[in-house]
Write a protein that binds this ligand. Structure first.
Ligand SMILES: [Zn+2]
Length: 470
């Protein structure tokens, strides 16, 4: 042990002048090709650990992160193993800065959704490389991003970059099912988060089409799920003698009113910025409408054009998708009750109770009962004029001076609201330039893959952002 220590000390003496040189503001001599190769190796090891949720098995990935970081001289913590259940864990590490400014947290989830090998051209847990891509469940959602975060933090340490802000590294379990990892981390370890000002995780959405970047999409807001069960009770009887107590027609009438109800359009600040930013890609009246969407929604033609796009429509209003439906399972039986499921997604600044009251007015039938299946998370709408957002803009413009850095709203849900509750400013940031078609097919789908070029690109991009945000 002693001999090893002496050896390490001698090595670090030799390494010192190099470190000092690299810390200089002028181009630090990082070998980015070597970084890319190391990133690919680490991704392949990480993707091979099967963290399909359920059951998750995130303790295995947490142990892997621990061994990698401890070799680099980090102190780490494996947390919540008892409360999360057998084989599960959260993970925490921190790179110390000088403490003159508040910390930045890099957060990812270690679990992945199931993959059916029958539909993949490569084993989802073999980490094969082919045609310039690494194939693996989690490559895009979001173990790949987790390794990019890890590598960016390792490089800051190795190069001795001057840090005003600590870098906090957090890996959670169970994002894909119950979010218990992030919820427990935020509930049980506020002490580890109390100095964190900014937090980044998934929820960014960069638009790349045919290799061309249309914009960097930084997630500042997300819709809130507010799922409802709609129930009508009646009297069961034989289908050969129709009755007024059949609950099915009554439910159908209520659902018809809901389906025909148009929720009002409402523009939130991030969405207004998003439309204004992308307006430069349009011409004529389209450009005019996008540049002031608040005004455009009052013009019938503009309104029709905007809401014709399913994504745009979903970012401009509360939405209701009628999904599940249950009546009788026999054609000749009038059932005792009939029910339906509503997937409601609210804009961040909306009051769920007020929305429910409106829905009851629309239905206008006291025999129709609503109950909440999923309560909304805390609202998420992060400010844009911050050091961290400006750091992202700067790193993006380094790479492409005319790149648009904008704020599309996420219509799905992430763990960000859980951390936002603690007062932390959270951003969704995707460090990769993933082709739209790859994301569409791979995320929660088949042949999920990340290009090797992207692996290197993502680490460099994150490294620059973290330095600029100091
Ligand atoms: Zn995810």
């Amino acid at each position: 042990m002693r001999r090893l220590c002496f050896f390490a000390a001698a090595l670090s003496l030799v390494a010192l002048p190099v470190r000092a040189q690299q810390a200089a503001p002028s181009a630090a001599p990082i070998d980015w090709n070597a970084v890319r190769d190391e990133t690919v190796d680490k991704m392949r090891e990480y993707f091979r650990i099967n963290t399909t949720n359920p059951p998750g098995n995130e303790l295995q990935t947490a142990l892997w992160l621990k061994s990698v970081l401890e070799k680099e001289g980090f102190e780490t913590q494996i947390l919540d193993t008892v409360s999360l259940g057998a084989g599960r864990a959260n993970f925490y590490a921190r790179l110390k800065g000088n403490g003159s400014k508040k910390a930045i947290a890099l957060v990812h989830h270690m679990d992945v959704v199931p993959a059916n090998p029958a539909y993949w051209s490569h084993d989802p847990f073999a980490s094969d490389t082919a045609g310039g891509f690494i194939y693996g469940r989690g490559a895009l959602d979001m173990k790949g991003e987790g390794i990019a975060q890890l590598m960016a933090m390792l490089l800051l340490k190795r190069t001795g970059a001057p840090l005003n802000r600590d870098i906090v590294f957090i890996a959670n379990s169970d994002e894909e099912l119950g979010s218990t990892g992030a919820i427990q981390f935020a509930d049980k370890h506020p002490d580890l988060l109390k100095d964190v000002e900014f937090l980044v995780t998934e929820g960014g959405d960069n638009l790349v089409q045919n290799g061309k970047l249309a914009y960097w999409g930084i997630g500042v807001a997300e819709k809130r799920t507010f799922w409802q069960n709609v129930l009508v009770k009646g009297t069961p009887s034989h289908g050969s003698r129709p009755t007024k107590q059949n609950p099915v027609p009554r439910l159908v009438r209520a659902l018809d009113r809901i389906a025909n109800y148009e929720t009002p359009l409402h523009v939130t600040p991030g969405v207004a910025k998003y439309f204004k930013d992308i307006s430069v890609n349009y011409r004529g009246e389209h450009q005019l409408w996008l540049s002031d969407v608040e005004a455009a929604i009052r013009i019938p033609r503009a309104r029709a054009w905007l809401t014709n796009d399913v994504y745009w429509n979903a970012t401009l209003r509360n939405t209701i998708s009628l999904t599940g439906l249950q009546g009788s399972n026999k054609t000749n039986v009038i059932p005792p009750e009939a029910s339906a499921k509503l997937d409601i997604r609210l804009l961040p600044d909306q009051d769920p109770e007020a929305f429910l009251a409106t829905l009851k007015r629309v239905v206008d039938d006291t025999a129709v009962h609503f109950s909440t299946d999923l309560q909304p998370k805390a609202p998420l709408e992060s400010p844009i004029n911050t050091d961290f957002f400006h750091a992202i803009e700067r790193a993006a413009h380094d790479r492409n001076p005319t790149a648009i850095v904008t704020t599309p709203m996420l219509t799905g849900a992430t763990d960000r609201p859980t951390y936002r509750k603690l007062g932390i400013i959270t951003y969704g940031l995707d460090p990769f330039m993933t082709e739209g078609a790859d994301g569409q097919r791979g995320v929660h789908g088949n042949d999920e893959r990340l290009s090797i070029t992207n692996a290197g690109f993502g680490v460099h991009f994150l490294y620059d952002i973290l330095r600029y945000a100091q």
